[in-house]
Design a protein around this ligand. Structure first.
Ligand code: GFB
Length: 316
């Protein structure tokens, strides 16, 4: 842990991507701190545009930046919108990180993803397995963009001494998720599909793939809490994994969803859909050494996520 915690009090903290699931959780968490939270609407400042980003940083002068702006989606979105995923995520990382450097930002937190690790790296995935093997093909463009962001953070730290850090979250879920039937992540997809199957009295519901891949799920408010903890207490060039340290198969997870939404029909599998990486469990020992661990159990988090789904804004 850093000997002297980074002082957040009274600082101007910019949350890039505040409308997304992670960004909105960061705003909720920061509301408990004595800070001035800065956000921008895409219609005012498009962070994909370098000139607009630079102009906004010069004017607003944030002291702390939480970079949660990203083009994200589940396995199908990653696999089919490949150009959008690499272009937008590279551009967002390059614009925000460079503008933070040019404008003297004191601390920046970059959020990556557990898919940056090689598909067949030893499990649980340690931070030092980065770039030791081939990536999972379904999300390679997204992973490459996130690896570029991690490497920018390392490069600015080594060349300029910038206090920029990178966190690698595991699969996240919770309020503000995207429930698109094709493009969402598995948690939002199954909450919606199982809920709709219950409402329609459908005898069975389909889950993509074989049900055998293993995934680790972290409630997004825990992720936001870890981010603020590490912002204060971590200053180093190495990545930090953020997860629960526990995983389950997609088949087991589907049963958790069925229980959460009270769906009692049959669960069937659709192997024509991709499984993706066989297992993605983060080694969270570095995170534990830094003094943080997840609090929300999967059962509890799923209850909260289901409630958020039922209360979501129409059209999301
Ligand atoms: O959440 P998900 O799309 O992301 O899929 P990944 C996780 C697993 O759930 C895969 C299965 O094995 C899917 O085949 N699954 C079952 C489903 N039913 C469904 C469904 O209805 N929808 C979806 N989406 N999946 C993503 C990466 O990988 O993880 C991103 O593509 C990102 O880059 C994210 O890193 C965290 O875990 O496979």
């Amino acid at each position: 842990m850093a000997a002297v915690p980074f002082e957040l009090k009274g600082k101007k903290v910019f949350v890039a991507g505040h409308r997304g699931m992670v960004g909105s959780a960061l705003v909720r968490r920061l509301a408990r701190e004595d800070v001035d939270i800065l956000t921008v609407q895409r219609s005012e400042v498009d962070l994909l545009n370098q000139a607009e980003t630079n102009r906004w940083f010069e004017k607003a002068r944030p002291q702390v930046v939480l970079h949660a702006a990203a083009k994200v989606g589940g396995i199908h979105a990653n696999n089919t919108l490949r150009a959008e995923f690499i272009y937008e995520n590279l551009q967002l990382a390059a614009n925000v990180i460079h503008a933070a450097h040019v404008n003297g930002v004191e601390k920046l937190l970059f959020l990556g993803s557990s898919c940056i690790y090689p598909k067949l790296a030893p499990q649980p995935l340690r931070e030092d397995s980065l770039l030791t093997g081939e990536l999972e093909p379904t999300n390679e463009p997204y992973a490459i963009a996130k690896i570029a962001g991690v490497k920018m953070v390392e490069a600015y730290r080594s060349q300029y001494g910038s206090d920029f850090i990178s966190l690698m979250p595991t699969n996240l879920y919770g309020p503000g998720d995207n429930y698109h039937p094709e493009y969402s992540h598995v948690v939002a997809a199954l909450i919606r599909r199982f809920h709709e199957a219950k409402e329609a009295g459908a005898p069975s519901v389909a889950v993509w793939g074989t049900g055998t891949p293993r995934r680790e799920f972290l409630y997004v408010d825990d992720m936001a809490d870890a981010s603020i903890h590490l912002l204060r207490h971590y200053s180093g060039g190495t990545l930090v994994n953020v997860g629960t340290g526990e995983d389950i198969t997609i088949a087991e997870f589907a049963r958790v969803v069925a229980k959460t939404v009270s769906y009692t029909g049959e669960i069937v599998y659709d192997p024509s859909r991709p499984d993706g990486t066989p297992r993605k469990l983060l080694d969270v020992s570095r995170l534990a050494e830094l003094g943080w661990k997840a609090r929300t159990s999967l059962e509890e988090g799923m209850k909260l996520a289901y409630r958020a789904f039922l209360e979501r804004k129409p059209g999301t």
